[in-house]
Structure formats: structure tokens, C-alpha cells
Design a protein around this ligand. Structure first.
Ligand code: 2PG
Ligand code: MG
Length: 440
């Protein structure tokens, strides 16, 4: 059987933060090969699948030799002889080999590296681009997502900076992907000028954006708007703003503790603060505005803001269908972040995206703060036909690898394949809300 897997191996390599990560390699009877590396988060959700690291003193405990051994000794023998074209079967074998909640024994990093390497090999075997293979697996029409691009970072991604983790720009006015990325590049350059003028650091944060010290979190919004205008664009029309609060990282003893300025807030008070930002700035999307287990708070916030903006669950859902079902039940959020390594395998990720689409939640494929130079996430976003993609700034190779791949794919697809502003502006969202025109 030419599509049979004949070899599975793994090695320890390094990601863009210089941390060890895992690469798996798969060979098929036909001679086709595939390999994939996995990313890693910093502001990880409590309900994410488990990333297995070695512990001990070598590489400060971050080594992945145990995960490498899991691939070589446990996963490889179970997969050899199986068809690489049957991704769902492959993933079921991986999940059964681990057989613990959260893939805690072998690690979601081991499972995902192998799952993706199998997909890469299968695409090579079929002589189709990876995005096409993903689209065929999911039964989706390929689509180019609207990018959501990091400008300023804080929180865990830029310690010493703002409390809020990601200030992003959304080039809603662009009519094609090339124009969208060009706008983002120009805004980024303008932001660098703005920081230099104010004698602030232009050193890069984890996602390639800037991580300046800010005395108030609101300055991040003001400077984002200023950078858009300095780039000759209209804030709110050409380019809007998005935010990732990563609120679970701010919780101390049941309250949200902010430092810029110092504030200790209840759920209700943080919701009101987020609402004031929505009223003052051209914000169209807010991610993780509240703690990952505060379903009641999320439901209230979504009822209050969900008709005006996109409310995104990242740590809330951790790419798990069970948690999304809970969200649908209580009316929490109207969009989901999609991160493969939060759940573990390609098939689980596809299932999550399908459920999100069925339940009217918008979908955003997302990189991690610790990314690799690979571009499979761009292929996955296109193949699964998600609405938006969040892969950091237009800077540093592990980020531009994905933007560049999106641009390459754009050349292959018909011009009307770009999701554009409709991916965030309109259409029914979860909980019966109409997304409305969120233009400000
Ligand atoms: C997030 C991601 C990317 P991390 O919170 O959305 O910005 O961060 O990979 O650290 O979880
Ligand atoms: Mg997030």
C-alpha cells in the first residue's frame, strides 16, 4: 500500500523564542515525507492539553527529549503500516496511545507534531499543496482569512509593558490580502516612528510587536490610532483595533489586578472598563476579557457587548468542543480562537472549527507566542476556511513565514477568496445576536 506510513521519527529543535520544541518526521511507502514542528504558548489556558517537557536542570527543564522518545518508542510502532491519507484514523490511534485526559502522558506536543507531519506527508503523496489537503480533509472551500495583526504587546509577552497582552490592528478596509498586509506593514513602521519620537523602546516583544512601557493601558489604544493616522489611513474605516486582554493572567484572589494605572477590579468593573474602551476607541474585537472559568461573567459581557463587537474565547475554550458547547449553552463569546496545540491533533482541531461554524461563532486561527519558522498554520487557516488569522506582527521570520505563505496561496486562489471585512463585520453571531456593522 503506497500510502502506508513506513517510518515516524522525532527530534528536539528550537522555536523563535529560543526554547526547545519538537519536530516529527513521517515517511510513506511511496517515498513521500512530511515533517512538522509545534509551537508553544506563554499565556496558556488552564484547560489546554498538556505540553510534556523534561523538567530537571538541562535547558532549565524545557527540553523535549521525553516527547521525542514518546514519538519514537510509543507512537511510531502504532502508526507504521497505517494509511497517512486517513487522518482521522491516525489521530484516533494517537489519542488512544496516550489515553489520558489532556494527552498528559505522551504530551499534546508529541501528538500534534506527528499528526501534522502525517498531513504534510499525505499532501506530498497526493501532490497537492498543504492548504488543499487540509480543505479536502475538512470538506471546506478554501478561503483567505482577514488578518488581525499585533502592534503592541504587554502582559506575559512583554513583561514591564502594558497589562493588556495584545493590541492588534484589523485592516478592515482592504479589499484583498495583499492590501491588508501592506496596510499592516505601514502602520507598524509608523508605530516605530511614533515610539522613537517619544523616546520609547522599539525592542520587540514575543510576537514581533513593540512592548513599550506605558503608564496607562489606554495609551496603547491612543498610539495604535495615531500610528494608523501617521500611516495615512483612517482609524475605524481603513484599519480598526482588536484587543487580547488575556484576563486570566490578571486574576489575584478572585479580582483582576491591573498596574497601569493600579486598579483592583471585580468582574462587573472590568466589564464596564472594557465597554468604555469599546466606546472610546475603534475596537471591533476583544479576546479573553474575563477569566477562563467565569462563565457567568462571560455570558453577561457577551449580552452587553456581543452585538457591537466580536467577543473571542481563547483561554475560555482552549480549542475544546466540550467547552465550546458549554459556551453555546450559556451564551459566552461569539467567536473562537483556534490553536492546534491547545487540543492536540489535527482532527480534534477540525472538529472544533466545524462546531464553531455550525453554532454561528466566528473562527480565528491563531499562532502561539512561541512560534517556529514553519508556515502550516497559514495553510490550515486557508484550508479550514476560517474567518480571521492572528499570527503576530509583520516582523520576525516565524511570523513573516505565515504572512508570506498566505500571499503565496493568494496567487493560487480566485480573487474573491479573500474573507475581508465581512469576516468580522456582519452576519449572525452566536446567541442570536446580529454581529451588526461594528464600524465606528
Ligand atoms: C494568545 C496567544 C497569542 P500565547 O493569548 O492569544 O497571542 O498567546 O501563545 O502565549 O497563549
Ligand atoms: Mg489569547
Amino acid at each position: 500500500m503506497s500510502e502506508a506510513i513506513t517510518d515516524v521519527t522525532a527530534r528536539e529543535l528550537y522555536d523563535g523564542r529560543g526554547q526547545p520544541t519538537l519536530e516529527a518526521c513521517v515517511t510513506m511507502e511511496s517515498g513521500a515525507t512530511g515533517r512538522a514542528m509545534v509551537p508553544s504558548g506563554a499565556s496558556t489556558g488552564r484547560h489546554e492539553a498538556v505540553e510534556v517537557r523534561d523538567g530537571g536542570t538541562r535547558l532549565r527543564g524545557q527540553g523535549v527529549r521525553r516527547a521525542v522518545a514518546a514519538v519514537r518508542e510509543i507512537l511510531a510502532p502504532r502508526l507504521i503500516g497505517h494509511s497517512a491519507l486517513l487522518q482521522a484514523d491516525v489521530d484516533a490511534i494517537l489519542i488512544a496511545a496516550d489515553n489520558t485526559p489532556g494527552h498528559a502522558q505522551l504530551g499534546a506536543n508529541s501528538l500534534l507534531a506527528v499528526s501534522l507531519a502525517v498531513a504534510h506527508a499525505a499532501a506530498a503523496h497526493r501532490h497537492v499543496p498543504l492548504w488543499r489537503h487540509f480543505a479536502d480533509l475538512a470538506g471546506t472551500l478554501p478561503r483567505l482569512p482577514l488578518p488581525m495583526i499585533n502592534l503592541f504587546s504587554g502582559g506575559r509577552h512583554a513583561p514591564g509593558g502594558a497589562d493588556l497582552q495584545d493590541y492588534l490592528i484589523v485592516p478592515r478596509g482592504a479589499t484583498n490580502l495583499e492590501m491588508a498586509i501592506e496596510m499592516a506593514v505601514n502602520v507598524r513602521l509608523a508605530a516605530a516612528d511614533l515610539l522613537r519620537t517619544r523616546k520609547r523602546s522599539t525592542l520587540l516583544a514575543d510576537e514581533g510587536g513593540f512592548g513599550p512601557r506605558l503608564t496607562r493601558n489606554s495609551i496603547g489604544f491612543l498610539w495604535s490610532v495615531e500610528a494608523i493616522e501617521r500611516a495615512g489611513l483612517v482609524a475605524g474605516a481603513d484599519v480598526s483595533l482588536a484587543l487580547d486582554v488575556a484576563a486570566s493572567q490578571l486574576v489575584r484572589d478572585g479580582q483582576y489586578v491591573l498596574r497601569r494605572p493600579p486598579q483592583t477590579l471585580s468582574t462587573e468593573a472590568l466589564t464596564t472598563l472594557v465597554e468604555s474602551w469599546v466606546e472610546c476607541y475603534p475596537l471591533v474585537s476583544v479576546e479573553d476579557p474575563l477569566d477562563e472559568d467565569d462563565w457567568v461573567g462571560w455570558a453577561h459581557l457577551t449580552a452587553r457587548l456581543g452585538s457591537r463587537i466580536q467577543v473571542v474565547g481563547d483561554d475560555l475554550f482552549t480549542t475544546h468542543t466540550g467547552r465550546l458547547q458549554q459556551g453555546v449553552r450559556v451564551g459566552a463569546a461569539n467567536a473562537v480562537l483556534v490553536k492546534c496545540n491547545q487540543v492536540g491533533t489535527l482532527s480534534e482541531t477540525i472538529g472544533f472549527v466545524q462546531l464553531a461554524k455550525q453554532t454561528g461563532y466566528r473562527t480565528i486561527a491563531s499562532a502561539r507566542s512561541g512560534e517556529t519558522e514553519e508556515h502550516w498554520l497559514a495553510d490550515l487557516a486557508v484550508g479550514l476556511g476560517v474567518d480571521q488569522i492572528k499570527i503576530g506582527a509583520t516582523r520576525t521570520a516565524e511570523r513573516t513565514a505565515k504572512y508570506n505563505q498566505l500571499l503565496r496561496i493568494a496567487d493560487e486562489l480566485p480573487p474573491n477568496s479573500y474573507a475581508g471585512r465581512l469576516a468580522i463585520d456582519r452576519g449572525p453571531t452566536a446567541n442570536g445576536h446580529d454581529g451588526g456593522d461594528v464600524r465606528k
